[in-house]
Design a protein around this ligand. Sequence first.
Ligand SMILES: [Zn+2]
Length: 153
Amino acid sequence: MPDAGFATPTITFTLAQYERLVGHCLEGFPEEACGLIAGKIDADMEPTGFVGAVYPTRNADHSSRTYTVDSRDLLWAMRDAEDHGIELVGVFHSHTHTDAFPSATDIRQAFEPHWVYVLVSLKAAEPVLRAYRVRDGLVAEIPVVIDDSVAAS
Ligand SMILES: [Zn+2]
């Protein structure tokens, strides 16, 4: 069924969240680093774009080519999000030598149609962060903004 919300929302990080996320990717180098993003969802389970927390997690694969969020870290993040009245709304991981675009493997393993998939490329000197929705093998980029004025909402 077509979904008009596929290419939405605009995902909004505070500067601290953005730095936590990108910093975790840099620390994980040369392995791929990963983590989870929690925020608010609407009645259709779609993320509103508000981010309440960024959870750096361990990459259970310990690989420079693949990632699997450590299951204990996943459980911890789910519980912490629940404690704060927010939901897991996405996952992020780094690409150490390729662009910030989902790989064929990433697209195949994007099992959560309601999630936001954030990629951080460490290919160049400056990290590049981009965000996507992935659904039925289709990829749509969504806008990312860094805005500290939303932090208190
Ligand atoms: Zn990837």
